[in-house]
Design a protein around this ligand. Structure first.
Ligand code: PMP
Length: 370
């Protein structure tokens, strides 16, 4: 009976790929877990205290749709300092996932084409399909860097939007300043929207972070606090972009999320003063542990950012290799076909203790040798 109740859009995307991994994982007693998409460090104490304080002092009501005034003011100032006053409007969202949903609701019509880079963050593909639009993949294999000529070649008269994610999940690559400039200029020339998902911008190990927003006022930036302050469960993110777009996103926020979690917005204000540099250094070392440990045994691109590495499996099917790793060696990694039209690579998350990373690397190397 329920089948008849279900809206058509429930059939347009599925979550089976990642669920299969979780099902397999649930059978393991003590897995070496390199699958997790959140930092292994906790929120700064100052942030926790400020959130507790906010709850105790009755900051438990709704905030304005665009965020608690104290946080929104700081955020707007940060963005104004970087991009100039009056150029970009900001608001606080329920995570970057929240602002991504709002942005797509605002921009995408059924039948539109949305360019995403393959491999991609799973949510892009699912949300685009959920809205009845078509994801158009531009491959970044084998080195995972973006070729803007390929993007231009993929544009049709149905293309509405390009979604950039740098540093990237699942590949750990960073778009250079030149690529950001070329993409922003291409989008402007073709009058296509460009979303820049910058949630991993704190995690840049070798060079500076670049944003296409530096080159065009039209770019819609989505960002969040989950990863850089170790608070993914707080569901706090933000967006900035042209006022006309942001106002429409706020309209959707008003009737869906209503506002971001109230007390936690006060927690984040305290977090903004924390020096996170030592954690960045720790994550650079974790990146090195993975790369140095695997480079002689796997085809692997050195991650430049985020906390993922995306090596090629030594067998024709990465999914089979990952199944074997999980079932025979209790090593949890994610098969690349969850993030891609290709089943050739797998994702390692190095958001784990150094000890867990070392164990995982040892297992992978041992599997290749056998
Ligand atoms: N974008 C990317 C690329 C991500 O990897 C994630 C989290 N895995 C998000 C957005 C969403 O993050 P959040 O909703 O926690 O801010």
């Amino acid at each position: 009976m329920y089948e008849k109740w279900l809206a058509d859009r429930t059939q347009w995307f599925d979550a089976s790929g990642i669920r299969k991994v979780f099902d397999l994982a649930s059978k393991l007693k003590n897995p070496v877990n390199l699958s997790i998409g959140q930092p292994d460090f906790d929120a700064p104490d100052s942030a926790k205290q400020a959130a507790i304080e906010a709850i105790s002092s009755k900051k438990n009501g709704y905030t304005p749709t665009q965020g608690a005034a104290a946080l929104r003011t700081l955020l707007q100032k940060q963005v104004d300092d970087q991009y100039g006053p009056g150029v970009r409007e900001t608001f606080v969202s329920s995570g970057t996932s929240g602002s991504l949903f709002l942005a797509l609701m605002t921009l995408v019509n059924p039948g539109d084409e949305v360019i995403i880079f393959d491999p991609f963050f799973v949510m892009y593909d699912a949300l685009v399909r959920m809205l009845g639009a078509k994801p158009v993949y531009v491959s970044t294999y084998p080195d995972f860097h973006i070729d803007v000529n390929k993007v231009e070649a993929a544009i049709t008269d149905k293309t509405k939007l390009i979604i950039l994610n740098s540093p990237a999940n699942p590949t750990g690559t960073i778009a250079s300043e030149q690529v950001c400039r070329d993409l922003a200029e291409l989008a402007d020339r073709k009058q296509i929207a460009l979303i820049s998902d910058e949630i991993y911008k704190f995690f840049c190990y070798d060079g500076e972070f670049a944003s296409p927003a530096k080159f065009s006022k039209n770019v819609i930036v989505l960002d969040g606090y989950s990863k850089c302050y170790g608070v993914p469960g707080w569901r706090l993110g933000f967006a900035h972009g042209p006022s006309e777009i942001i106002q429409q996103m706020l309209k959707f926020q008003q009737y869906t999320f209503v506002c971001a979690p109230s007390a936690l917005q006060y927690g984040i204000i305290a977090a903004l003063d924390t020096d996170m540099e030592p954690l960045l250094n720790a994550y650079r070392r974790k990146r090195d542990l993975v790369y140095d440990g695997l480079k002689d045994h796997f085809e692997i691109v050195k991650s430049e950012g985020a906390f993922y590495s995306f090596p090629k499996a030594p067998t024709p099917s990465a999914a089979e290799f990952v199944n074997k790793a999980i079932l025979e060696r209790e090593l949890l990694v994610i098969p690349g076909n969850v993030f891609s039209s290709q089943d050739s690579h797998f994702r390692i998350s190095f958001a784990a203790s150094d000890e867990t990373i070392a164990k995982g690397v040892e297992i992978l190397v041992d599997m290749v040798k056998k």
